[in-house]
Design a protein around this ligand. Structure first.
Ligand code: TYD
Length: 235
């Protein structure tokens, strides 16, 4: 690890268990002595969380796909400047629940805006920053979505992160099945295009099984064990 830390992103359809896995990985890394920041998109800053409310609230009506994409990037540009870049400059490990691959999968494929627009905005607005590793949690779309819808009905997600309860985050989950199959195809295309960065992890097992798979990938890909043997022994 040079002066810079490591940037690890979690991606996948709604309800694949990204947030749970991100928390488990953060705990394991901290137990091994690493400084870890947990964050998410859209959101991650005070301004970003306001943008998140607009984007995810099902009361937000008539948002065009282009406006939606612009808001995702507005949140991201702020997040990079305020949180991600400073943490990386301090040599920390940043674990981020979703990043630009989400925009490519959801707005590029799901909303049919195309990958090129997303990649171009990423270059202009995000300095083309690429994660060191992206963990793509792959699961059965119907299963994941059912889980996400149940969870959002209960409005409990992120409650332990200080987010207020009973927020409505259903706008995307109301999309139809063909939207989510396009999103999944979009993700698989990114993984095929960038196999060095993106590792698909089977998320159909128990949370513990998925966690061990992720530990294995992180240990191998980022050689974190070389810096702290405890991480490797924890596998
Ligand atoms: P998230 O809170 O991660 O939802 P979940 O925990 O259900 O996976 O993300 C919120 C929603 O925002 C999710 O439906 C995906 C969508 N999204 C986009 O469409 N584009 C983006 O660039 C990002 C970051 C998220």
């Amino acid at each position: 690890m040079s002066r810079r830390g490591k940037f690890i992103t979690f991606e996948g359809l709604d309800g694949t268990g990204k947030s749970t896995q991100l928390r488990k990985l953060a705990a394991a890394l901290r137990a091994s002595g690493y400084k870890v920041i947990e964050t998410r998109e859209p959101g991650g800053t005070a301004t970003g969380e306001k943008i998140r409310r607009v984007l995810l609230d099902s009361a937000t009506e008539g948002l065009t796909p282009l406006a939606e994409m612009a808001l995702m990037f507005a949140s991201r540009a702020q997040h990079l400047a305020e949180v991600i870049e400073p943490a990386l400059d301090h040599g920390q490990i940043v674990l981020c629940d979703r990043f630009t691959d989400s925009t490519e999968a959801y707005q590029g494929s799901g909303r049919k805006l195309g990958s090129e627009a997303v990649l171009e905005l990423h270059r202009v607005l995000c300095g083309d920053l690429q994660p060191d590793l992206t963990i793509l949690l792959d699961s059965d779309p119907a299963m994941s979505l059912g889980r996400a819808r149940r969870r959002n009905r209960q409005s409990a997600d992120w409650a332990n992160k200080g987010a207020s309860k009973n927020v409505d985050e259903n706008r995307f989950e109301q999309q139809n099945r063909s939207f989510f199959s396009r999103v999944r195809e979009g993700y698989l295309a990114i993984a095929a295009r960038e196999p060095q960065r993106v590792v698909a992890v089977d998320a159909r097992g128990t949370p513990a099984q998925t966690h061990w798979r992720i530990m294995d990938v992180v240990g191998r890909k980022l050689r974190l064990s070389a810096r702290n043997a405890k991480f490797h022994h924890g596998l």
